[in-house]
Write a protein that binds this ligand. Structure first.
Ligand code: SAH
Length: 451
């Protein structure tokens, strides 16, 4: 068959969507990925990369449009790296995510004919984010703030991003105006000169309150009271204005100075209160998180005799939601600061049957099991890389009745559940959640029961 050529334009019929949100079609038997296309589109696309088993292409024209295609309701969509599925109707996005999980479970997990019980979408695919981070820099000599373009550090100046709160644009403009008035330069990543690096906002969905964080390479912003005045005049919802002192290479520095208002904002998940400081990890889409946690807890079938182990527990959100019903909970997490937050959150909510360990799962879980800690239910919520053999082997040894696996990456979920299935656990329940509408990300919860 004729080889597919780089830089040549082809007509491609799109058949499905891959896990990174690209449309998938074939030319002369070779798989081709084309971003910003939809199943049943017929498109023209120029090949940008050819590998042994696949090629990538850039969309040039939609010849015949899929019935699932919609006008992307964002003027930045084709230039911004944030969303991948915005040109596809929301209902279809959910079907695509379900299929991505099912494919991984069948192909990688060996669960033949696997079908997820349900896919749980968001009530609204917009304004769902409680946290937004906007880099500040220079484009064509102008100070700008917005988003990075895909795979680059070029800043696309942004109006409103409809995934976050409406006030973000006004917060950005207030900071840019303050910078102009006081001749403050943005930080330059290449020369390490300038001052302001990022604008970062957090929102409590429970109260509507907003924290505005200005990340800068100084602990002394000139005329900071002018900045405070500008930000406070936007809305009463702005309750906290923080200077994050960042002289290192990380996204945020470790030192925070409260310029005005509260040091933290408070939000609630499943009836538990959490205090969130600028650097804390907190789930991005709290409405969908509650649905996800409720499902995980339903799968766990807790009662006041159940001993739970929550591995990769973060600030203890799932642990504390379980603690109300269970006999006891052990939480394990590698980030020490997160474990401190988990302990504080337990006290704040009057929860005394939860214990937390700051250590890596692969290190502490085998030791906890070896010293005889019993867990009837193990909950796992690992990062994208999934769990590991040491942790999973210890769980298998522990003879836990039920394992509830929460995953943000279908490929590693499939790999890890395969190992559990080969060692006496049967996959009995599953649900797919859309935590990040318009993006290619997908979350899954499965229940494995000991046979
Ligand atoms: N369950 C929490 C957090 C899930 S995110 C929630 O719902 O909010 C995954 C967590 O795993 C992160 O907090 C990360 O710091 C932690 N983590 C990553 N690698 C780890 C490891 N090897 N051992 C323990 N925790 C780890």
């Amino acid at each position: 068959m004729e080889a597919v050529e780089k830089n040549k334009e082809y007509t491609i019929k799109i058949e499905s969507v891959s896990s990174d949100g690209s449309g998938v079609g074939h030319i002369n038997g070779l798989t081709v990925f084309v971003p910003q296309t939809a199943p049943n589109d017929t498109v023209r696309a120029v090949i940008t990369e050819v590998k042994k088993s696949y090629a990538r292409a850039r969309l040039t024209e939609v010849i015949a449009s899929s019935p699932d295609r919609q006008e992307a309701d964002c003027p930045y969509y084709t230039r911004c790296g944030g969303c991948q599925l915005r040109h596809i109707r929301y209902k279809k996005q959910l079907e695509i995510k379900k299929a991505v999980v099912e494919n991984a479970m069948r192909r990688i997990g060996g669960f033949n004919g696997f079908e997820a019980e349900e896919v749980i979408g968001a009530e609204s695919p917009l304004r769902y984010r409680n946290k937004m981070m906007f880099p500040v820099g220079k484009t064509d000599g102008q100070t700008v703030c917005g988003f990075y373009a895909p795979k680059s550090h070029d800043i696309i100046p942004l109006g409103d991003c409809a995934l976050g709160d409406e006030l973000n644009t006004q917060i950005i403009n207030a900071v840019l105006n303050y910078m102009k008035e006081n001749s403050i330069e943005p930080y330059d990543e290449k020369t390490h000169t300038g001052t302001i690096r990022r604008i970062f906002t957090r929102k409590s969905f429970n109260t509507g309150e907003i924290m505005a964080v200005i990340s800068a390479g100084t602990d002394n912003l000139p005329n900071a009271e002018q900045l405070v005045k500008r930000l406070r005049s936007i809305s009463d919802r702005v309750v906290s204005i923080i200077l994050n002192v960042n002289t290192g290479r990380l996204t945020l520095g470790n030192k925070n100075i409260t310029l005005w208002g509260s040091d933290v904002i408070c939000d609630t998940l499943c009836g538990i209160d959490f205090e969130i400081s600028p650097n804390s990890f907190f789930q991005i889409n709290p409405k969908q998180t509650e649905k996800l946690y409720r499902k995980a807890i339903e799968f766990a079938r807790l009662d006041n005799n159940t001993r739970v182990m929550d591995i990769y527990c973060g600030i203890g959100t799932i642990s504390l939601c379980c603690a109300k019903t269970a006999k006891s909970v052990i939480g394990v997490e590698i980030v020490r600061q997160a474990i401190e937050n988990a302990r504080e959150n337990a006290v704040r909510n009057g929860i005394f049957n939860a214990e937390f360990y700051a250590d890596s799962a692969e290190n502490i879980v085998p030791r906890l099991i070896a010293r005889g800690e019993q867990a009837d239910v193990v909950i796992l919520d690992p990062p994208r890389s999934g769990s590991d053999e040491k942790t999973l082997t210890a769980i298998i040894k522990s003879n836990a009745e039920r394992i509830v696996y929460v995953s943000c990456n279908p490929a590693t979920l499939a790999r890890d559940t395969r190992l559990l299935a080969q060692n006496g656990y049967k996959l009995t329940r599953s649900a797919v959640f859309d935590m990040f509408p318009h993006t290619c990300h997908v979350e899954t919860v499965v229940l494995m029961e000991r046979q």
